[in-house]
Design a protein around this ligand. Structure first.
Ligand code: CMP
Length: 139
């Protein structure tokens, strides 16, 4: 049984470059319904909590510094089989390996500045959605 929601963030480099509108248009045209959305500038502490599963990995420090370097756009998306389909839709984590025409291929620069985040499981999607949005913001 797969869930119908996933969570995404437009990362600071893509937001700063002015890609937010284009990325959101691609997402909506891809059949994802935006259930909740917010622009927010994370503190390093908040970014650290969001990515706590990566504590101890070599890229953790760089990741949390980058994710708190400017505003992001966080959103909950709804579609059938949302997690798996959205991961395919945005392309591989490394933009250099992302399929042509995907969001990361079009708007990502490198492994860290890869334009967007996408949840990696239904459990992560629920955790990440709840990290940013209250029940009343999601209905
Ligand atoms: P994201 O989907 O936001 O989840 C964790 C992020 O860590 C990932 O996208 C990348 O931007 C970043 N990252 C940096 N280096 C690595 C790495 N070596 N392996 C995986 N993710 C990395």
């Amino acid at each position: 049984m797969t869930g119908n929601i996933t969570f995404t963030m437009i990362k600071p480099s893509a937001f700063e470059a002015g890609y937010t509108g284009k990325i959101l248009a691609m997402i909506e045209e891809g059949g994802y319904k935006i259930k909740a959305i917010r622009k927010i500038w994370l503190s390093k502490t908040m970014a650290g909590h969001f990515y706590e599963m990566h504590v101890g990995k070599p890229f953790y420090e760089e990741l949390t510094t980058f994710m708190s370097s400017g505003p992001i756009v966080a959103a909950i998306l709804e579609k059938e089989n949302a997690v798996e389909s959205f991961r395919k839709f945005i392309g591989a984590t490394d933009p250099a390996k992302a399929e042509k025409g995907t969001i990361r291929n079009l708007y990502g620069k490198n492994l860290g500045e890869n334009a967007v985040h996408g949840s990696d499981s239904d459990e992560s999607a629920e955790r990440e959605a709840s990290f940013f949005f209250s029940f009343t913001e999601r209905v």
